[in-house]
Design a protein around this ligand. Structure first.
Ligand code: NDP
Length: 332
């Protein structure tokens, strides 16, 4: 299965990708990372998945974001990634930063979701086997569990690192108070929380309004933004209907009902502004997130190499005039 024909581009670290320090850690992450939530299932073309990952790596994307339950059925994105590892990336493991997570529903019964030690430990063991890895770079608690003592979840993260199965730990979608508790609990055990993963895009700024981004910054924890394109709403994907093969057409997490006249009208206005800036809407949406240093990396989703390339061009212009910012604030 090994793909002896894949040789990473020699200029992968000098072709435009910039790297930001993840909080106060030693880790530098690419400004754009690639996520495996959609489009890496068994039903997707393996050749296209492989092409996207090889291309991303050739362009300096070193961070690949997974979770135990990504793919249909659950777990198949990790399986695809494991096959990609075997085929092309085993010799390059040291250059990759790979995450997985556990927290959402994964297998039936009382031990298949949330934040128990039993679930987190067994899930990561499964993930490592499926992904053909000895360790992940960061393991996230995927969501806050109000019914499990937070100490149990966090101690499991600490022990996972001590066992050598993850190098760093992170949390995702935790409410502010629980995040504060987590940061302190981990710090007291000499375990810095590397990253907080939360939703952040022009249409969803709750993590900013609630002070979660600021809190992460103050704790020296990198903030990693997911769904930066609002699953495609902040692109030109739906401006002229629902294209075949799109997330909405395929019954993904983005639903037809979310394509309201109001949202499409906003996206059309933003698209015009993007054109004035010489960007596509997707590029402007990513540039907007990266305009200042409070975000470490944006994790994009993609269904083609072309989309990845389009998105990478956002790095060419991440500055916004006051006037442009005002226009955006008015539209959204
Ligand atoms: P985005 O908001 O980036 O949406 C990705 C989708 O937008 C693509 O699948 C594609 O849709 C469309 N798209 C991407 N680029 C372009 C382009 N240039 N032009 C037109 N359309 C484009 O991200 P996701 O919602 O996929 O989330 C990204 C990652 O974040 C996930 O893979 C996952 O790793 C992480 N995540 C983490 C969560 C957490 O709980 N921690 C929750 C959600 C996501 P199409 O498929 O239709 O082509």
């Amino acid at each position: 299965m090994e793909n002896l024909s894949y040789t990473p581009a020699e200029n992968r670290y000098s072709c435009g990708m910039k790297y930001r320090r993840c909080g106060k850690s030693g880790i530098m992450l690419p400004e754009i990372s690639l996520g495996f939530w959609h489009n890496f299932s068994v039903e997707d073309s393996f050749d296209n998945c492989l092409a996207m990952v090889e291309h991303a790596f050739d362009k300096g994307i070193t961070y690949f974001d997974l979770a135990n339950n990504y793919g249909i059925p659950y777990g198949t994105a990790e399986k695809t990634f494991g096959d990609i590892m075997k085929k092309s990336f085993m010799p390059h493991r040291n250059e990759l930063f790979i995450s997985t997570k556990a927290g959402h529903e994964m297998w039936p019964g009382p031990y298949g979701e949330w934040g128990s030690r039993k679930y987190l430990m067994s899930s990561l063991d499964n993930s490592l086997k499926t992904m053909n890895l000895d360790y992940v770079d960061v393991f996230y608690s995927h969501r806050y569990d109000p019914n499990t003592p937070l100490e149990e979840t966090l101690q499991a993260l600490v022990d996972i690192v001590c066992q050598g199965k993850a190098l760093y730990v992170g949390i995702s979608k935790y409410p502010k108070e629980a995040a504060e508790f987590a940061y302190n609990y981990l710090e007291e055990r000499d375990m810095h929380c590397l990253a907080y993963q939360g939703r952040y895009n022009m249409y969803s700024c709750e993590t900013e309004k609630d002070g979660i981004i600021k809190q992460a910054n103050e704790n020296g924890t990198g903030f990693i933004a997911f769904s930066p394109l609002a699953q495609g709403l902040l692109t030109d994907r739906y401006l002229n209907g629902i294209p075949e093969g799109s997330r909405v057409a395929r019954g993904g997490f983005l639903k037809k009902e979310q394509l309201t006249d109001n949202v499409l009208e906003k996206s059309r206005k933003l698209n015009k502004l993007a054109q004035k800036r010489g960007q596509t809407l997707a590029q402007m949406a990513l540039s907007w997130i990266l305009k200042d240093n409070k975000i470490t990396s944006v994790i994009i989703g993609a269904s083609s190499v072309l989309q990845i390339d389009d998105n990478l061009k956002s790095l060419d212009n991440c500055s916004f005039s006051l006037e442009e910012q005002e226009i955006i604030n008015k539209i959204v």
